[in-house]
Structures are given as C-alpha cells and as structure tokens.
Design a protein. Structure first.
Length: 134
C-alpha cells in the first residue's frame, strides 16, 4: 500500500519501516493541493501497523483555503477516492463523499473495514481533516 504514494506523486519514505516499539510506518511529505492561497492547503499520506500488517491508512489534509475551500476539498476527495479504491477495492460511499465535501465528520463500514472522516485542530476556516481506513 505504501507504493500508492508513488502513483499519486507523493514524495517521502515509501518503505514500510520499523519506527521503534513495534510501530511500522510509511509516510509522505506534505503535498500542496491548492495554490494561490496565502498559506495553501496540503495533504500527506500515512500507513501504520505492525511488522506483518498495516492496521491504519490515512490521509491528513491541512485545510488552509480561505477563499476557495471547495477546490481543496475536491482535490482531497480525489485522493480519498483513489486510496479507497486501492486499499479496499471499493468505491467511496456517497454519504462519505458528501460529508467530505461539507468538511464534516462521520464513520462508515466499507468492505469489512471502517472508514472515518475526522476534523481536528479546528480553528474555523483553518483545520486539519483526516480520512482513516482501519
């Protein structure tokens, strides 16, 4: 699953490596997703787990799009849909897609796993938005 980062032009560590205490991870550097804002939004990819299995995959978006948030959310949705297809061989449910575009949280069962949208570090128009598969 770490190779997905390369296909989507994410840069960073694409090897699943031991980070100590039994935690294994691959993670990308932050990738800009909307230009033209004073402090643009960005996204990064993370896969965590044990030596033998990935237990959680997530996309972390730092929303910093004050003038055009829908543009940043639309790009984030493209990454989320691609990851969902790659990791679960399933389409993103319509309810999850609508929640993502509204910038709201939620949780849905999908392909024997749980997908979750989580809004964290919320400061109004500036927040972090996580998409998790676990």
């Amino acid at each position: 699953i770490c190779q997905w980062m390369n296909a989507e032009n994410f840069r960073g560590a694409n090897k699943y490596t031991d980070r100590g205490s039994g935690l294994h991870r691959c993670a990308s550097s932050r990738k800009p997703i909307n230009r033209g804002e004073p402090t643009g939004s960005n996204v990064r990819y993370v896969a965590d787990g044990t030596e033998n299995a990935v237990t959680e995959v997530r996309l972390e978006m730092q929303m910093r799009a004050f003038r055009h948030p829908q543009q940043a959310l639309r790009r984030f949705q493209e990454y989320v849909s691609s990851l969902t297809s790659k990791a679960l061989s399933a389409d993103l449910p319509e309810e999850a897609s609508k929640a993502l575009m509204a910038g709201t949280t939620g949780e849905w069962p999908l392909a024997g796993r749980t997908i979750k949208l989580e809004r964290v570090q919320d400061h109004g128009s500036s927040y972090d938005f996580y998409f998790r598969i676990h």
